[in-house]
Design a protein around this ligand. Sequence first.
Ligand SMILES: NC(=O)c1ccc[n+]([C@@H]2O[C@H](COP(=O)([O-])OP(=O)(O)OC[C@H]3O[C@@H](n4cnc5c(N)ncnc54)[C@H](O)[C@@H]3O)[C@@H](O)[C@H]2O)c1
Length: 356
Amino acid sequence: MTVVDSTARESARVAPVTVPPFAVISGAQVRRTLHGCEKRITELVEATYRAHGAGDSVNPPSYFLRFPDRPSSRIIALPASIGGETRVDGLKWISSFPKNVTAGIPRASAVLILNDHDTGYPFACLESSIISATRTAASAASAADWLSRDRPRPTRVGFFGVGLIARYIHTFLVGTGWSFDEIGVHDLSADSAAGFRCYLEQSDTTGRITVHDNAEQLIRNSDLVVFATVAGQPHVSDLSWFAHNPLVLHVSLRDLAPEILLASSNIVDDVEHCLKADTSPHLAEQLTGNRDFLHGTLDDVMAGRVTVPTDRPVVFSPFGLGVLDLAVGKYVYTEVARCGELHVVDDFFHELSRYG
Ligand SMILES: NC(=O)c1ccc[n+]([C@@H]2O[C@H](COP(=O)([O-])OP(=O)(O)OC[C@H]3O[C@@H](n4cnc5c(N)ncnc54)[C@H](O)[C@@H]3O)[C@@H](O)[C@H]2O)c1
């Protein structure tokens, strides 16, 4: 029997491939590509959750870069790889600088690098704050749909923390068919609440808009509650506010005291990812010493492996998976290329002959 060294076999296999051209895709191009595609992107995100659930992905833990001199800020690296039709590797590199907001610019900024499956060469760098907000909103819209299938469909939505992510989530809810009788708004910042209200009034939405100064009133008056604050520690701990068993999209991950989670059905995007970095589910695990409070993942719900009890609140805590950014980023790349609008950087890779 001839033993073929696996490295030799791999180099034999990749020998004919060439270095791909390198393209830069601007935020304007990303926005043009994704605008108005809420249903399609939500389906793409659901397909990606299914692929991830089936093991057709590699999604290691996110790496948090923190700074002693800027404790409220961070930059997170999310490397990932996805198979199937998307078949791409890559890295999302996203900054969160909450103080940006007081200067009038968004908190988060990001790039996404896509790497070629066969050569490993990066072939695109995309502006990615829009991709990140889009995949987050699509995930929230998907969860709102799947987690409300066994309970009356919510007609009163409450947004708790109303920055850019809340805006994208509202757009995705409306774009995937939701309409509301009432829209509640609560934010510590009166400017944010006023800005979000202004966005709602100009958007294609129905429903009476109420700004609640009081967090309790917002929650008690909403059967769909969206948390999108920048809170670092739980600040909502009164279980009686949730007596009407709302559906909670806990997108900002650290708002709810563990006691609220322990009295709820808990659905996450990925168990290992979500039980990290002092998220509320992580605190609940530390408090109880087990994971019994978790019911499953959104993929489990979509596949029918888990049914969501209706006699208590249901809380969706999505850590945010790099594979979602890859899937949406590859979609954008393919569409921009199809329209012939790729901005290729000529000669980006220059040292292409091993011995010169
Ligand atoms: N899970 C995910 O996949 C995912 C993805 C992207 C963003 N996020 C999270 O979404 C959150 C919102 O992001 P953004 O870009 O909209 O931020 P942003 O700074 O634009 O808006 C956050 C808003 O929350 C308000 N706020 C802060 N603490 C509050 C509190 N205790 N009560 C009420 N309001 C409060 C702020 O005043 C601000 O208006 C962040 O925590 C971010 O990390 C999660």
